[in-house]
Design a binder for this molecule. Structure first.
Ligand SMILES: O=C[C@H](O)[C@H](O)COP(=O)(O)O
Length: 153
């Protein structure tokens, strides 16, 4: 699994902690860090969120974890990229269902909301989940995709 990580200045520290854990996870083949590299980088979160989501949408990565102050701005930004399903996931159950129900490629964390230990725990669990295209959830996700591509659903 290839995972992109990115954060704005509010999320740099948590992003780095998540990145380091992903790098140590043998289930993860590649971690692509798009920055920010420093809390002094004041590039706004949409630039990071959109860049990360585009990498996933292009097939250059499988998933992404994005961090800002709340996780909300990153989720909104990533969801503007066609084909991307992103959500804030500050608890284990939501992170699990983001994959199993919604086939989300991206979860986001708010560094002002969640602590590093819980974020790392959720990250480890999240890597282990896969979406079942034969599940009853698949048609529901397909409805979203159909809307996005302007087909009826
Ligand atoms: O969703 C936005 C993020 O939380 C960001 O880190 C902070 O945004 P703000 O400076 O506009 O509050």
């Amino acid at each position: 699994m290839r995972v992109v990580v990115a954060a704005d200045n509010a999320g740099v520290e948590l992003k780095n902690a998540v990145r380091d854990q992903l790098n140590a996870d043998e289930r993860v083949s590649e971690v692509i860090d798009l920055g920010a590299d420093s809390a002094t980088d004041d590039t706004a979160y949409p630039h990071f969120g959109i860049a990360a989501a585009e990498k996933v949408a292009k097939g250059e990565a499988d998933r992404a974890i994005l961090v800002c102050g709340t996780g909300i701005g990153m989720a909104i930004s990533a969801n503007k990229v066609p084909g991307i399903r992103a959500t804030v996931a500050h608890d284990s159950y939501s992170a699990e269902r983001s994959i199993k129900s919604n086939n989300c490629q991206i979860i986001t964390f708010g560094a002002r909301v969640i602590g590093p230990e819980l974020a790392k725990k959720i990250t480890g669990e999240w890597v282990g989940y896969t979406f079942d295209p034969a599940s009853a959830s698949a048609a529901k996700v397909a409805c979203i995709t159909d809307y996005e591509t302007q087909a009826a659903c």
